[in-house]
Design a protein around this ligand. Structure first.
Ligand SMILES: Cc1cc2nc3c(=O)[nH]c(=O)nc-3n(C[C@H](O)[C@H](O)[C@H](O)COP(=O)(O)OP(=O)(O)OC[C@H]3O[C@@H](n4cnc5c(N)ncnc54)[C@H](O)[C@@H]3O)c2cc1C
Length: 391
């Protein structure tokens, strides 16, 4: 049997299952809802290709170019407001579509499960816009992309740093017609937890009837200083906003209770990557250049390759760009460089959610009001302080 990455290291990138000449590696859900490869030993011919393309087991060589960094804003306000940060992804994708290329990125299906899909026109780009905080199911994306690349068609692939590393590793050669975009990634939450949260939210908001649209990065309440909100819209016209700091799902995600185990020791972070661009929210731009922060979203962009540099030059007239240092780009965005670390009770929390008890997670975030005795003690110590200092 091949020796694949273990359960804590595997990122679920699908490179092993895509490369298998016998198609005997199936991606199956574990108890936490994350996909892992399962090898059918009866059909395995021991070619070990799956081990060779695993980006965790092999050493993915990052680009030799030292990345440059900039703050970017799309000049198209409607695109920008529809995007998580400054709308850089859409501007780049529009250029690839103009060159008769295809865009692969993450979209919701009708049940709000997250899957990678292929888009071939500007109107459908909106399906990809906006961060979806659940690990995306890649399906046969890598195989489809290879087919297109071999036909000399331009392809832009956008995904997590581990997904981009998986694709590059699976392809095993450089393609001039492939553009890869990864992002600053805090980690990927469990699809099972995401599904349970949607059910829970819908019960609270709308007697269990599922929403018709979800936008986890709504800018109706702003963007600057992390003011964005989660917006659930229902068939009856009801709109329910939860600020990113109040939403239970965001607290579980950002608090590292529900992310994939491999995210706690991510091999794919750092300034230099295997992609052509690394994009993210330019958190902290308000301190570096307040002119670039009008509360509508600003992207941080690391240009990782010569191909990337050339492309940025081709689309620069559609963007407002301000060059920054790598330190400025990362100073308020530690996820660019450092892995999140799973909370000690992560598995219990995921178990509780799987058992249909997500509401009980709310208790973990209740800030207890001080008791009567604590209040009296506080008053007394302040009084003693005043007496001691002769105030
Ligand atoms: C799980 C996750 C964690 C993130 N963590 C951080 C962080 O810590 N710091 C930070 O600065 N930025 C983070 N981001 C990136 C950020 O939210 C924006 O996606 C990024 O700034 C791009 O913004 P944009 O305006 O250019 O384009 P947008 O239109 O927002 O770009 C969306 C792009 O992201 C891709 N995408 C969306 N959801 C997923 C998904 N689940 N899996 C794979 N690809 C997806 C889409 O395919 C599309 O290409 C994270 C995104 C995700 C999905």
């Amino acid at each position: 049997m091949p020796n694949l990455a273990n359960l804590t290291q595997c990122t679920g990138c699908t490179a092993c299952s895509a490369v298998c000449p016998k198609q005997c590696i199936e991606m199956k859900k574990d108890a936490e809802g994350f996909l892992h490869p399962f090898v059918n030993s009866d059909q395995c011919i021991q070619c070990h290709l799956c081990e060779k393309v695993c980006p965790v087991l092999s050493d993915c060589s990052v680009n030799k170019v030292i990345p440059s960094a900039c703050a970017v804003i799309s000049k198209d306000e409607s695109i920008r407001l529809d995007s998580s940060s400054g709308g850089f992804f859409s501007e780049l994708s529009t250029k690839i579509l103009e060159d008769n290329g295809y865009i692969y990125g993450a979209a919701y299906n009708e049940l709000f499960e997250v899957h990678h899909i292929c888009v071939d026109n500007v109107n459908d780009l909106s399906k990809l816009r906006g961060a979806k905080y659940s690990q995306s199911n890649l399906g046969d994306t890598f195989i489809d992309i290879k087919t297109k690349l071999d036909q000399n068609i331009k392809v832009l692939f956008s995904g997590t740093p581990c997904q981009v590393a998986g694709l590059k590793s699976y392809l095993r050669k450089e393609y001039d017609n492939l553009i890869c975009v990864d992002f600053v990634c805090h980690g990927v939450p469990s699809p099972m937890a995401w599904k349970e949260y949607i059910k829970y939210r819908s019960e609270l908001d709308n007697q269990g009837e599922l929403p018709v649209s979800i936008n986890l990065r709504s800018k109706d309440t702003g963007w600057s200083k992390y003011t964005y909100s989660n917006l659930f819209e229902y068939k009856n016209g009801k709109k329910q906003y939860n600020s990113s700091s109040d939403s239970l799902f965001m607290k579980l995600f950002v608090g590292d209770y529900i992310n994939r185990l491999s995210c706690s020791d991510c091999k794919f972070k750092g300034y230099s990557r295997v992609s052509d661009f690394t994009i993210g929210d330019f958190w902290g731009i308000w301190d570096i250049d307040p002119v670039m922060d009008d509360n509508k979203g600003t992207s941080v962009v690391l240009v990782q390759s010569e191909k990337g540099k050339k492309l940025l030059d081709e689309i620069k007239n559609n963007l407002i760009i301000k060059e920054v240092t790598l330190e400025q780009a990362s100073q308020q965005n530690p996820s660019m460089l450092v892995s999140s670390s799973a909370k000690p009770n992560r598995s219990e929390v995921l178990e509780m959610i799987r058992d249909g008890r997500i509401s009980e997670c709310e208790k973990m975030f209740v800030v207890k009001a001080p008791s009567f005795t604590q209040k009296i003690k506080g008053k007394l110590s302040r009084l003693m302080h005043k007496v001691r200092n002769h105030e």
